[in-house]
Ligand binder design. Structure first.
Ligand SMILES: N[C@@H](CCC(=O)N[C@@H](CS)C(=O)NCC(=O)O)C(=O)O
Length: 105
């Protein structure tokens, strides 16, 4: 089954130059784009330390990972990857162009 890649982010993929290492959600998103992917971006809003009942928009993230943190990638193969650095590594190791697409019949 063909699935769409999904990237869960906080409030967006904007730059955060004040943050050492940059904005993790943006880093993950940019790495995927550079690798040729067009992930569906899902903003979960809220804030990690808030109690779960205040952040219902993060319920999917909690179900997938057991925690509130983003970014979280669900690949088109259905694998879940947490931590922006691991998402960046995954993107570099899996360029979209290398994905073999079946010819139309
Ligand atoms: N070490 C994590 C840090 C991720 C991180 O700081 N994420 C921010 C959003 S960009 C976050 O979730 N902050 C708390 C929150 O919004 O829940 C990573 O690199 O993925």
């Amino acid at each position: 089954m063909l699935r769409a890649m999904k990237l869960y982010v906080c409030w967006g993929t904007f730059p955060a130059p004040w943050r050492p290492g940059g904005h993790p959600c943006r880093n993950a998103y940019e790495a995927l784009r550079e690798a040729g992917w067009e992930p569906k971006v899902k903003k979960v809003y809220g804030l990690g330390p808030l109690p779960d009942f205040v952040t219902p928009t993060r319920a999917e993230v909690r179900e997938l990972t057991g925690r509130n943190w983003v970014p979280v990638l669900v690949t088109d193969d259905g694998d879940t990857i947490v931590e922006s650095k691991r998402i960046v590594e995954w993107a570099r190791a899996h360029p979209a162009s290398r994905k073999v697409s079946r010819p139309a019949v």
